[in-house]
Design a protein around this ligand. Structure first.
Ligand code: HEC
Length: 131
């Protein structure tokens, strides 16, 4: 009986290790950030960032900006800009600027840098609804 228990516990430990190694090696911050960007439930919201910023279009220069103007409001950092959209566009709750989720989303936005040349320009800008 004890032997069986030991085998079960050992298998669980090995399984846990394999899963965490797989997670650590296959998901970069950009990938995790992209998943959050596409997730309508991110930060308790009801809309995905991707619904307005399709594949990150329009955010290619965001990583280099010091100040953001979104719907006439000034945001002093990329994290503040992300939180502005979370609260006003996604109808979610602001996330801590130092949290892993914010770091991952910021990493994804930074990975978009320079992609503007490949993508065709966006013709019409969608306004934030209900802002
Ligand atoms: C309802 C549409 C909508 C949604 C959803 C939305 N945004 Fe925005 N976002 C806008 C608009 C409109 C602007 C301001 C105009 C612009 O820069 O394109 C903007 C601006 C931004 C900017 C500043 C860009 C710049 O270079 O000045 C960032 C960063 C940003 N959004 C990130 C996000 C993130 C991250 C999410 C998801 C948490 C999100 N947005 C969800 C509409 C939206």
């Amino acid at each position: 009986m004890m032997k069986l228990l030991r085998i079960v516990i050992l298998s669980l430990i090995i399984f846990g290790l394999v899963v965490s190694i797989a997670y650590a090696t296959h998901h970069t911050p950009e990938e995790r950030g992209k998943a959050l960007f596409n997730d309508a439930k991110f930060a308790d919201g009801s809309k995905a960032c991707n619904e307005c910023h399709k594949d990150g279009k329009g955010l290619e220069k965001a990583a280099d900006k010091k100040e953001f103007n979104i719907m006439g409001k000034t945001q002093k950092s990329l994290e503040e800009a992300v939180n502005f959209c979370i609260v006003n566009a996604n109808k979610g709750k602001a996330v801590d600027a130092n949290s892993d989720q914010m770091k991952d989303v910021v990493a994804y936005i930074k990975s978009l840098k320079g992609k503007a040349a490949e993508a065709p320009p966006v013709k019409k800008k969608k306004p934030i609804e209900g802002c």
